[in-house]
Design a protein around this ligand. Structure first.
Ligand code: SF4
Length: 265
């Protein structure tokens, strides 16, 4: 659920504004504009602004893979909201190539009790240190580092250890993993939800409603370029466009005599 609109810059189109639409029952109920290059950092301020202004809190948040992060999962849980976010690796994780990739922790067994992974060569990767990482937004996450100490003559080494610019020759290198346990736990819980019958239905509706709202605005209403500059002005334009979109939706529903699903705020 996003749109990036581009003013002309040096004769080239460059993304300038990241526009977020929150959609409920086909109506655009909230809009934000910002300069964030990705969607990940937009989710929390977006939800907070809905709550601050309307005092309403949606119990279930459905979003596409661009919104997945440990910070977002944690925020939603603390805010008593259920996440239905498509994991960033959802599509690729279903491919044969991914499933056969021995480098990935998803393809290793994990012993939760003793905290180690077991690799393709049946060796153990033990946790040897914890590092703290801080994101651009200030969110702190705890990363556990795992290492295997028996990689020396492993036949799977070239497929298991990532090629990198390391000056250490492959034969002397060992397998290392960096894992945020919290992120993995939350991703697993979230994945369970999105593949449930309810999750599938919500994701299908998100795809139709949120992407449909952008399609309606950009394609049917031919709104492809902002007329003004600056976050506030752009936001005003978006609100006007959202109102036009909502009137059009309402009109369609009235014509089709399908008005029972109207969400009123
Ligand atoms: S390189 Fe090390 S971690 Fe990878 S499969 Fe071989 S022994 Fe296991």
């Amino acid at each position: 659920m996003r749109m990036k609109e581009d003013p002309m810059k040096n004769g080239q189109l460059k993304p300038a504004y990241n526009i977020q639409f929150g959609v409920d029952s086909e109506y655009i109920v909230w809009v934000s504009s910002g300069h964030q290059p990705t969607d990940t950092t937009t989710l929390i301020p977006f939800l907070k602004s809905i709550e601050d202004y309307t005092k309403l809190k949606y119990p279930k948040i459905v979003a596409d893979s661009g919104y997945e992060s440990e910070e977002n999962y944690t925020f939603l849980e603390c805010n008593n909201q259920l996440s239905f976010i498509k994991p960033a690796n959802y599509e690729i994780s279903r491919t044969r190539k991914y499933k056969n990739d021995i480098r990935r922790i998803d393809n290793m067994d994990y012993d939760e009790k003793n905290d180690y992974y077991i690799c393709k060569n049946s060796k153990k990767l033990f946790a040897n240190k914890i590092i703290n990482r801080k994101s651009k937004t200030g969110y702190k996450s705890e990363i556990t580092c795992y290492a295997c100490e028996e990689c020396r003559d492993c036949q799977y080494k070239s497929g298991c250890i990532k090629r990198s610019n390391s000056k250490i020759p492959l034969e002397n290198r060992t397998k290392n993993l960096q894992v945020s346990k919290l992120f993995h736990k939350k991703r697993k819980e979230n994945l369970k939800r999105i593949i449930s019958p309810e999750g599938c239905e919500l994701r299908m509706n998100r795809s139709i409603q949120a992407e449909g709202a952008f399609a309606q605005v950009k394609q049917n209403m031919k709104f492809r370029r902002f007329l003004s500059r600056g976050k506030e002005n752009v936001l005003s334009e978006c609100v006007i466009v959202a109102i036009a979109h909502n009137i059009s939706r309402l009109h369609n529903k009235i014509v089709k005599k399908n008005v029972e699903n109207i969400f009123i705020i």
